[in-house]
Design a protein around this ligand. Structure first.
Ligand SMILES: [Zn+2]
Length: 308
């Protein structure tokens, strides 16, 4: 693989509260805004509370999920009186931190999320972003006592729907388990530590270090699995099986229990061996997702350094 040069990362955005009830990002951004942490050496760091009305009412969103509003189509759709708040807010954020795909966009955009699932620390990013594999590998190597994983989304940037896609580079930090509306110090500290390490990597990169080629393990989405439902009413008829609960990223094999019905029957898994994640994520009941399944892959990346 040929060596790649990237321009320095000087303008960084750190966003929290994109989902208004995911508290690590809300409080971290507020704290940094209080301390006016916006200069870290030569870095310019912009902190943004992405969805203040949703934060105020401690809900994921007010009208529609902000973190699904950053596709090129939605960012360029006309605003009318009936446009949901979050679609308008997405266009404001795109003007402030982007525009997506342009030279003016932030060099790196980090968006902080929490999950109610037992996922540890996950970095989520798009497959085209080779630099993110380096940052992921760095964070993973410096936090050996914590499960640090990467979930890679393989869709074109124009269809990328989440806030981090507005930056030239970007990733979401997804950390759990933490209930919605709740702040846990252990989870908060994981977020803080991973951000510190990301900044450390950026400083080293900007100062001219060469980062060697290598490979890392990552997960890619295969499909979502819904709860068993009553065909007449659509109501769920089972909960996640205790054996699957909290077992995110543990290989799920055909025949393993996945649901326990309210009448006491076990529903067994009947698919290819895959890795479950977002198991019993609170926010996904409305999108009819009990858990997602991923494949484990090995991603190789080239050596990189800064282009001055
Ligand atoms: Zn979120």
């Amino acid at each position: 693989m040929e060596h790649i040069f990237f321009p320095p990362l000087s303008r960084i955005a750190v966003c929290g509260g994109t989902h208004g009830n995911e508290m690590s990002g809300v409080y971290l951004v507020r704290e940094w805004q209080k301390q006016k942490v916006d200069e870290s050496g030569a870095l310019s760091i912009t902190t943004v509370l992405s969805n203040p009305p949703a934060v105020n009412v401690c809900r994921r969103y007010t009208q529609t999920d902000l973190n699904r509003c950053f596709t090129n189509a939605l960012l360029s759709s006309p605003i009318t009186d009936t446009t949901p708040y979050e679609m308008r807010r997405a266009q404001e954020l795109n003007a402030q931190l982007g525009p997506k795909g342009s030279e003016k966009a932030m060099d790196l955009l980090i968006d902080i999320h929490n999950t109610t699932a037992n996922m540890g620390l996950c970095l989520i990013f798009y497959s085209s972003d080779l630099m993110m594999l380096h940052i992921y590998k760095y964070i993973q190597s410096k936090m050996p006592s914590v499960p640090v994983r990467a979930i890679i989304m393989d869709i074109p940037l124009s269809e990328a729907f989440s806030l981090e896609s507005v930056g030239k580079h970007g990733f979401a930090i997804e950390v759990g388990p933490q209930p919605n509306g709740v702040l846990r110090a252990d989870i908060f500290n994981l977020v803080k530590k991973s951000l510190d390490l990301a900044f450390e990597w950026i400083q080293e990169f900007n100062s001219g270090c060469t980062f060697k080629a290598g490979e890392v393990e990552a997960f890619t989405f295969v499909k979502s699995v819904d709860y068993p439902r009553d065909p007449a009413t659509g109501e769920i008829t089972a909960a996640i099986h205790p054996q699957l609960q909290d077992a995110d990223f543990k290989l799920l094999r055909r025949g393993d229990p996945i649901f326990l019905s309210f009448s006491g029957e076990t529903v067994k898994y009947d698919g290819e061996d895959n890795y479950p994640y977002f198991v019993n994520e609170c926010a996904y009941y409305e999108s009819k997702t009990a858990f997602k399944l991923a494949e484990k892959t090995t991603m190789t990346f080239p050596s990189i350094s800064v282009k001055n």
